[in-house]
Design a protein around this ligand. Structure first.
Ligand SMILES: [Zn+2]
Length: 351
């Protein structure tokens, strides 16, 4: 990948003035078209702020926010076979999906992701399920919403969007307009199912995440948006994106919160958060690391970080500037419970 040059400082969510100068890809950091990537003020005016009201209310509490932990890990523990599309379980095993959500709710998670990581038509198409995008995603959002309501309604439904599974042109075959359409289709179903926000995660390619954001904005211009990339290659994403490039671009494209997820454990994400904080002092930062460095055992990734280790890491992430902290692959409700204790309980002065 091309070595990036420094960009100018970016405003938080809105864009004006001279073009940026990072060679992150063709035209990537040109000024974002405000009609396509509306800034925070424009988004709030879409519907009087209704579609992001719950998000803003959660932020206004002013405390660190615990997200959830792994979905895939828990599904495998519940019998999902390697290679099978987890999204199908929204229809075939809804009780299992709900039970996993419940575990994280009981651990204190306030933002939970739907079981839709691979729920776009390109990935589902590998299983001939490309016609089921709307059904699988909408059902996932409804399942999570039901579980949250049953637990008192104190958490938000984050519609989870993962990578398309294809490589963007010109390196690969996926053209930008098609990518936008693929993500818009998935986002529309998540919104139809009642998602409070959209969380685009585990991305490596700035062009692809830009397409995902554009897709979301086509169908839900006002909805709150979290975007996280995976910095698992010597401090950059697999496609060479640095934390500084990521936070600047993602803020310019209208993300409400930005950070890192997945990868090689908390030791890897911690400097990502620090580096983002250094160039984006006002951004809301998100850390959702795997439960340690993956080890390959019988061709499966195994994660060995204990709940105590992840609790310590959560405190460090918070200190580095992350306001939203969760965990990714290998984590369980036990990890999240310990993280909640470290992150939330310990900051309460009245208990
Ligand atoms: Zn992960």
């Amino acid at each position: 990948m091309t070595e990036p040059r420094r960009t100018r400082r970016l405003p938080d969510g809105t864009r004006s003035g001279v073009p940026g100068r990072v060679d992150a890809g063709p035209g990537l950091l040109e000024p974002a078209d405000p009609a396509v990537f509306p800034g925070s003020e424009a988004r709030r005016q879409v519907d009087g702020g209704v579609s992001s009201a719950r998000w803003r209310a959660l932020l206004a509490e002013g405390t660190p926010i615990l997200a959830d932990g792994a979905m895939g890990t828990m599904l495998f523990l519940s019998g999902l076979q390697f290679g099978d599309p987890p999204e199908v379980w929204n229809l075939t095993q809804p009780d299992v999906v709900r039970r996993i959500h419940r575990g994280y709710l009981e651990a204190g998670s306030r933002i939970l992701l739907t079981n839709t990581f691979g729920g776009n038509r390109l990935r589902l198409g590998l299983h001939r399920l490309e016609e089921r995008v709307a059904e699988l995603n909408q059902t996932a959002a409804i399942l999570l919403r039901s579980e949250i309501e049953a637990a008192g309604g104190q958490a938000l439904v984050a519609g989870d969007i993962g990578p398309s599974g294809a490589i963007m042109a010109p390196l690969g075959t996926l053209d930008y307009p098609e990518a936008v359409d693929v993500f818009a289709e998935q986002a529309a179903a998540l919104v139809a199912g009642g998602a409070d926000l959209i969380w685009i995660e585990t991305m490596s390619d700035l062009t692809e995440i830009k397409a995902a954001i554009e897709g979301v904005r086509q169908v839900a211009p006002g909805i709150a948006l979290i975007t996280t990339m995976t910095f698992d290659t010597r401090g950059r994403t697999m496609m060479g994106v640095s934390p500084e490039q990521a936070v600047e671009a993602l803020a310019a494209w209208g993300s409400d919160a930005i950070g890192g997820n997945c990868g090689n454990g908390p030791d890897e994400i911690l400097p990502v958060i620090s580096r983002m904080r250094a160039v984006a002092p006002d951004a809301i930062l998100v850390a959702k690391s795997n439960a340690g460095m993956p080890e390959l055992v019988d061709m499966r990734a195994v994660y060995r970080a204990s709940p105590e280790t992840m609790a310590g890491a959560a405190t460090e992430m918070r200190a580095a500037g992350a306001q939203i902290v969760g965990a990714c692959c290998g984590s369980t409700p036990d990890h999240l419970k310990a993280m909640h204790k470290a992150l939330i309980d310990s900051t309460r002065t009245d208990s």
